[in-house]
Each structure stands twice: as C-alpha cells, then as structure tokens.
Write a protein that binds this ligand. Structure first.
Ligand SMILES: *[C@@H]1O[C@H](CO)[C@@H](O)[C@H](O)[C@H]1NC(C)=O
Ligand SMILES: *[C@@H]1O[C@H](CO)[C@@H](O)[C@H](O)[C@H]1NC(C)=O
Length: 205
C-alpha cells in the first residue's frame, strides 16, 4: 500500500523509514457509493451513499489541482487536498489526490496515519522532474526542495481520506499539550529544550 508522487518540476530529496507492518484498506464492495457528506447513518468505511448525480458531477472534479498553492508559509510549502470531502465519488473507492507546491528550500515533514513502524532504516532519493516515487503507507517522510527553482508534485493516495500527521506539530503543538516530562524523557533532552520547541508551535503552523 502507498501512494506515488509524480513531480511536475524541480528537485527533492526524500527520506523515510522502512515498514515493519503493512495494512490495506478493504477492497470496495460496491461499484460506487457517492458520499452523502451530510449523512448521519453509521457507515463502516467512509460516508453513507446517496444517489449519483445525473450530470456526473460526483465523479468529475474541476481544475483545483491545476492552481499552484501559496508557498509563503513557515515551511515553504503548501498542500492542496482533493479527497472525499470535496470529491464524493471517491467514497469507498480508496483513492484521493493532493498537489504540493514548494518554494525554494520548502519542506514537508509528515506521515499519513497507519500501523506502527519500528524499523529505523532510512531511504533517501533525489527525485527529478517527471519522476515518480512511492512512499508506503504510514511511513514518516519528508520532502525538501533542493532544486534551484520552485517545484510542484502531484500525489495520489490509495485512500479516500488518507489523513496527515505533521510530526513537529503533533509533538510540540498538540492541544492539550503533551506533558513536558514525557517529551524530555522521550527525546532525551532538558525541559528547556522542550519548552523552546513548544513555544515555536504554540500557535500551530
Ligand atoms: C501568500 O500568503 C502570504 C502570507 O499569508 C500573503 O502575504 C500573500 O499575499 C499571499 N500571496 C498570494 C498570491 O495570495
Ligand atoms: C505548511 O504550512 C502550511 C500553512 O502554514 C500548512 O497548511 C501546511 O499543512 C504545512 N505543511 C507542513 C508539512 O508543515
């Protein structure tokens, strides 16, 4: 399981940890199940179904991913998400897409929720324009624009709602916060270091 990244331009270094455990979304049991995003019924995987629109709008999405996101952010990158929340036809089909834009030096430290991984193996690649790269589901990874221009990539997921965990924000900007003594023990540093990092993420990103 995983998702591929096809680069439209630029140059990235990518890093991730290898899996100890892999899991998959269940295969679809219906041909389609257009998401009723306001539906209240309990659903095993995703949203309840609604009748398909006659004009096919549930399946066709507009040009959202054609537009570059604003990369004037603290991390020099921005994610444009296209998942079941805006693309109801993907409900239960286990697919979605993102676009990620990077300024010079922009980066993304993230992981998509999944099983636990205990292996410390690291794999790193420079990905050039036009190349495709696969990151197995749930692995912690980052992208860093090491090129001399801005860069963009298109990401496809094998989940209709892959979620995302920004590791620094989760550790130092959660609400309520992770107690400092927990982080000092986990990270093997003094409390002052943890407090400094918490101050950087107190307002989120
Ligand atoms: C991008 O975001 C920055 C910071 O929020 C803002 O100052 C700037 O006007 C934005 N640029 C565009 C083109 O929207
Ligand atoms: C980068 O910053 C933007 C806006 O501040 C945020 O929307 C985005 O999720 C951030 N990405 C990461 C990986 O930190």
């Amino acid at each position: 399981m995983g998702y591929s990244k096809t680069l439209a331009a630029g140059l990235f270094a990518m890093l991730f940890l290898a899996p100890a455990v892999l899991a998959t979304d269940p295969d679809p049991l219906q041909d389609f199940c257009v998401a009723d995003l306001d539906g209240k019924a309990v659903s095993v995987n995703g949203h309840p179904c609604k009748p398909m629109s006659e004009d096919g709008d549930d399946f066709l999405f507009s040009s959202k991913l054609a537009k570059a996101g604003n990369t004037s952010t603290p991390n020099g990158s921005t994610v444009t998400e296209l998942d079941v929340a805006e693309w109801p036809g993907t409900n239960t089909l286990g697919v979605s897409m993102n676009r990620v834009d990077f300024a010079l030096g922009g980066h993304q430290p993230a992981a998509h929720p999944s099983p636990c991984h205990r292996d410390r193996h690291r794999d790193e690649r420079v990905v050039r324009a036009g190349e495709t790269f696969l990151i197995p589901r749930g692995l912690m990874h980052f992208q860093f624009n090491v090129g001399k221009t801005e860069a963009s990539m298109v990401v496809s997921f094998n989940s209709q709602n892959p979620g995302i965990v920004f590791v620094p924000l989760m550790l130092f900007g959660s609400n309520p916060p992770i107690p400092t003594p927990v982080l000092t023990k986990a990270l093997r540093v003094e409390a002052g270091v943890v407090e400094l990092l918490k101050s950087k993420f107190a307002a989120g990103f």
